[in-house]
Design a protein around this ligand. Structure first.
Ligand SMILES: C[S@@+](CC[C@H](N)C(=O)[O-])C[C@H]1O[C@@H](n2cnc3c(N)ncnc32)[C@H](O)[C@@H]1O
Length: 284
């Protein structure tokens, strides 16, 4: 019993200490973990490489002076630290994949302009994802078809005002524009690159869709019959409050993949084997 109590006490103390001294945001924790491991290895490796163990380990096939060995040590350290800091599992994978990717890219010896180009594209694609917590990823054709089917059921030939909040490349609205050209379709997107692509697609195809570059928080949903969202679980409650405040009775809020926590959807639609579920909420 005593050992259980003292074990719990140590865990609590360790948890408190970690909470107190460690950076709080996941990305700062990740940086801290990677840097700690690199510093530790930089301090320890010269002594280890010059020690007598080197010759003994070499006979066992372990070459301590090779970068690959220290890369493996680094991966082991960062994995252990990420686990000790109780980071989510996907962060632990990032800790392993990132140093491997850096090593691989170094062996490719690409010109610096490639990295600059990659950086600019990443910024333009993901923009303020650190604030919005909604990254870009496209929806599926089965989702677009299910949306079309839903709008047909809702209004038949009558015109609807449909807004895609976080419209990405514009796939949903552009598909709907082909099927239901009489609807008033629009999308709003915060990241410049997806917005630009959606804007050019609409312009060159002549599709009657308006794509705006901006934050959906700045839009009033009161004029919409349908608001479609494919965002992330992190923002569903916030969106729901806005939807409830602004959308008129009888209008629909449709969320792909992410339900509103604690709110029962009017319909749940399964568009296909590989497409996420659609949650349809009717405004009272
Ligand atoms: C998962 S993608 C969905 C793209 C598109 N709706 C589709 O179905 O293919 C979510 C998009 O929402 C955008 N986004 C996130 N927060 C936003 C905000 N506050 N205002 C406008 N767009 C936002 C992101 O930049 C991203 O492109």
């Amino acid at each position: 019993m005593r050992s259980v109590t003292s074990g719990a006490g140590v865990a609590l103390l360790r948890g408190n200490l970690l909470q107190r001294f460690l950076p709080q945001k996941p990305w700062t924790q990740a940086l801290f973990i990677q840097l700690s491991s690199v510093l530790l290895i930089a301090c320890v490796s010269p002594a280890v490489i010059n020690s007598v163990f080197v010759f003994e380990l070499r006979s066992l096939g372990l070459h301590l002076e090779q970068g690959l060995f220290w890369l493996c040590v680094h991966l082991a350290i960062v994995s252990l630290l990420a686990k000790a800091f109780a980071m989510p599992v996907w962060w632990r994978w990032i800790h392993v994949i990132f140093p491997l990717a850096v090593t691989l890219m170094q062996t490719l010896a690409l010109p610096a302009s490639v990295y600059l180009g990659g950086f600019v594209i990443t910024i333009a694609l993901y923009w303020s994802v650190h604030k919005t917590r909604v990254p870009f990823y496209p929806s599926f054709p089965a989702t677009w078809r299910a949306m079309h089917h839903l709008l047909e059921q809702m209004a038949g030939d009558q015109s609807l005002r449909v807004l895609d909040i976080g419209s990405g490349l514009g796939d949903v609205s552009l598909f709907l524009a082909k099927q239901r050209p009489h609807d008033q379709l629009s999308g709003i997107e915060i990241a410049p690159l997806p917005w630009l692509i959606s804007y050019l697609r609409a312009t060159f195809s002549g599709a009657p869709v308006t794509f705006t570059l901006g934050d959906y928080h700045q839009l009033d949903f009161a004029t919409q019959d349908v608001v479609f969202a494919y965002l992330s679980p992190a923002v569903m409650m916030d969106v729901w409050h806005k939807v409830c405040r602004e959308m008129p009775a009888g209008s629909r809020f449709i969320s792909s993949e992410f339900p509103v926590p604690g709110v029962t959807a009017e319909h749940i639609i399964y568009p296909g084997a590989h497409a996420p579920t659609l949650y349809v909420y009717c405004m009272a």
